[in-house]
Design a protein around this ligand. Structure first.
Ligand code: NAD
Length: 705
């Protein structure tokens, strides 16, 4: 359904357009807008036209669902629509309310006049999807607000409050209230003037006179090269703006179009668009419709005031939800409360929060030592020690005290959520909420769906994740869930490579050059090497056939747990998080290799990257096939938001698709020739083998394993 309607206000035709929620400028809307503009043009009683969005906003831009489809280019495309507006013989005034973004702003820039309400926000966010504003935005905007301001708007991609443009030719009026009445008044006046022969101002005709052009462009280029080396879009935006300042309008437009096409076809924008859609898709659960009734979450409780419990509590406080924090002993409770208070003090000190705001948030905390206090909470999240016996005990208590309908969540990272649920008489109310450390900072939340978890419990938890500003991905129950189950294989490979001859620093450097935020050894030093040790000790008992390098165990036997002990794979100095090479670790590695009778060899960076990334991909294929993850793009979101995988590569699944699954499997067959390590490691997961053989893909639209 496309809604474009024309109403008459005296001699002004008011064309209102757009469908909820964001009035995107899809093919049908563009067609209907051109028809309405033509009709107004042909109507002798009309002297001027106002373009206004429905639904309280102008338009959030192009319909991104059309990206890469024929509909995006279907005539009239956005260029053609804007040309119809700009070449109108009757003045066209944009009445801008709410969001006016991307193609929406480009359409407004094609109008002869623009009136915005003070609450409106204008911006060109294309750079965030690895693109540039491709419908004249890079050409018209600098003509109206100057090169420097246009660079800021286009390179940041951020929406800018309309009042900041007051006084520039971008806005012909700023309305304290609604923009429409003022736009109609302006249109009526300009319509009369135009009928009398007055010329219509067009952004394309404005000239850019910027004496410091070279300096501005040079500075912008250096800044984006330093900060966004792997992203081609910011540089292309600067090139397009340069064309606006140095070429005739039509030539600049052609340059913009050429640069846009290059970005659109390139891998980075494709990856960023994949990530954008992946994040949206992650919130959808096949058998849990959006209409699933939700439970109210107005009061929360957290059990355990350690590292994770306090971080989780802060999430609730920040969202304005009062939260009980329960501990076994007063000392631990006091420490937890102090950690929360210090967090808020830090926020205030850094200027990120006003003191009164921090105080109000902290005041929502309800520390307690008694389960009797917390029974009225709508959700309780357990974050006690990682031991099944203790968790079972805690859930037994919760079962006894929590009101009917309360959601009982566990933050376990490795234990079986179904067994924890079985410690209660209400397993349908039990769910896993796997936060990442630091829990008040990290975006990712793995929501673990137990075999008995009720649909409304799942839907409510997903909604709560949004309230807490987390990106939630649903995982089934398995050891390590999605993220940690994959990272275990990645870590095994990292250690095999050190056995074979790479240094931890070489492994870290290779994968950091690939784009990971942090290599496996620096990451392990940060998280604590003892965590992996603890897990491996369990593995040696559970899966005696699984081959591990014992090097990491030797490191832990030396007490080198990482940053928290001042030494791990690297050495650390007090108050300094820099990882320094360690002679102790070098000696440890040398003696381990000798003991294993390994003659060390040099490993190329490409081999290191392939082995680490394909270790992730192969395990991910199993996770997908087992139904632990709902879709490949969910796995990408886990890695992009929780594990520092380079966003511009779109995630491990998207990366594998880009390499081509056929090539991935062939490379794995080569790697399997390596006599060191686990001979079974590189057997492709059945799903991966099948997709590779069929020429299939994990993430292409419609790909459904
Ligand atoms: P922690 O040792 O820092 O904190 C645990 C807290 O629980 C302690 O303060 C302890 O006094 C308290 N506690 C123990 N038994 C209790 C009981 N019966 N009732 C109330 N409080 C009790 O541990 P953590 O790192 O915060 O981990 C907590 C949970 O979160 C574990 O299940 C862990 O696997 C999981 N987790 C940890 C991380 C991480 O990076 N640390 C990440 C994700 C998940």
């Amino acid at each position: 359904m496309t809604t474009v309607t024309t109403a008459r206000e005296g001699q002004v035709a008011v064309i209102s357009f757009g469908d909820a929620p964001v009035n995107s400028l899809g093919a049908a809307t563009r067609r209907a807008l051109v028809a309405a503009l033509d009709a107004a043009q042909a109507d002798g009683a009309v002297t001027a036209i106002v373009l206004a969005g429905n639904n309280g906003l102008f338009s959030a831009g192009a319909d991104i669902k059309e990206f890469g489809t024929p509909a995006m280019l279907a005539s009239p495309n956005l260029h053609e629509l804007i040309a119809v507006v700009e070449s109108s013989g009757k003045p066209v005034v944009a009445a801008i309310e709410g969001s006016c973004l991307g193609g929406g702003l480009e359409l407004a820039l094609g109008c002869h006049y623009r009136v915005a309400s003070a609450g409106a926000k204008l911006g060109l966010p294309e750079v965030k999807l690895g693109l540039l504003p491709g419908a004249g935005g890079t050409q018209r905007l600098p003509r109206l607000i100057g090169v420097e301001n246009a660079l800021n708007v286009i390179l940041s991609g951020e929406p800018v409050p309309a009042p900041l443009f007051k006084g520039s030719p971008l806005l012909d009026g700023l309305a304290a209230g609604a923009a429409l009445p003022e736009a109609i008044r302006l249109a009526a006046a300009k319509g009369t003037a135009a009928a009398g022969g007055a010329a219509l101002p067009r952004a394309r005709d404005a000239r850019i006179a910027e004496p410091a052009l070279d300096a501005l462009l040079g500075f912008a280029r250096n800044t984006v090269k330093a900060g966004f080396a792997n992203y081609p879009a910011p540089l292309a935006c600067i090139d397009a703006i340069e064309a606006a300042a140095t070429r005739k309008f039509e030539d600049g437009l052609a340059r913009e179009r050429e640069l846009f096409a290059g970005l659109m076809m390139g891998p980075v924008s494709a990856a960023l668009r994949h990530a954008f859609f992946a994040e949206r898709a992650a919130g959808k659960i096949a058998d849990v419709p959006d209409s699933t009734p939700l439970r109210d979450v107005r009061l929360a409780a957290v059990i355990g005031a350690g590292t994770m419990g306090t971080g989780i509590a802060i999430n609730f406080l920040n969202a304005g939800i009062p939260v009980f924090l329960l501990e076994v002993g007063k000392d631990a409770l006091d420490k937890g409360v102090a950690r929360i208070t210090e967090n808020y003090a830090g926020q205030v000190k850094k200027g990120r929060m006003k003191p009164a705001d921090a105080e109000a948030k902290a005041a929502l905390l309800r520390p307690t030592l008694s389960y009797e206090d917390i029974g009225a909470a709508d959700i309780v999240i357990e974050a006690v020690f990682e031991e099944l016996g203790i968790k079972e005990q805690v859930f037994g208590r919760l079962d006894a005290v929590m009101k009917p309908g309360a959601i009982l969540a566990t933050n376990t990272s490795t234990l079986d959520v179904d067994r924890i649920a079985a410690a209660t008489r209400r397993p349908a109310d039990v769910i896993g909420t796997h936060f990442f450390s630091p829990a008040n900072v990290m975006k990712l939340l793995e929501v673990v769906r137990g075999k008995a978890t009720a649909k409304d419990v799942l839907a409510t938890t997903m909604k709560l994740a949004r309230t807490l500003r987390k990106t939630a991905v649903v995982s089934g129950v398995c050891d390590g869930f999605i993220g940690n189950r994959m990272i275990e294989q990645y870590s095994r490979q990292a250690l095999f490579m050190v056995d074979e001859g790479a240094s931890p620093a070489e492994v870290d450097a290779a994968v950091e050059a690939f784009g990971f935020a942090m290599g496996p050894f620096r990451m392990s030093d940060l998280a604590g090497n003892d965590i992996g040790w603890h897990i491996r000790k369990r593995r040696y008992l559970e899966k005696p056939g699984m081959v591990y390098s014992r090097l990491a165990d030797r490191l832990c036997e030396l007490g080198r747990f990482g940053q928290k002990t001042g030494s791990g794979w690297y050495d650390y100095r007090p108050g300094d998080r820099t990882a320094y090479p360690s002679a102790v670790v070098d000696a440890l590695i040398t003696s381990y290799r000798a003991e294993q009778k390994i003659t060390p060899r040099r490993l190329a960076a490409a081999e290191i990257v392939d082995r680490l990334v394909y270790a992730l991909v192969n395990e991910a294929a199993r996770i997908l096939e087992e139904g632990i993850a709902q879709r490949a793009s969910d796995i990408d979101i886990v890695y992009l938001t929780g594990y520092g995988f380079p966003v511009w590569r779109g995630g491990p699944m998207r990366y594998a698709d880009q390499v081509g699954l056929f090539g991935v499997v062939r490379r794995m067959a080569e790697l399997a020739q390596n006599p060191h390590g686990d001979p079974a490691f590189w057997t492709p997961a059945p799903l991966l083998a099948r997709l590779a053989a069929e020429g299939g893909s994990f993430t292409a639209p419609g790909a459904r394993p």
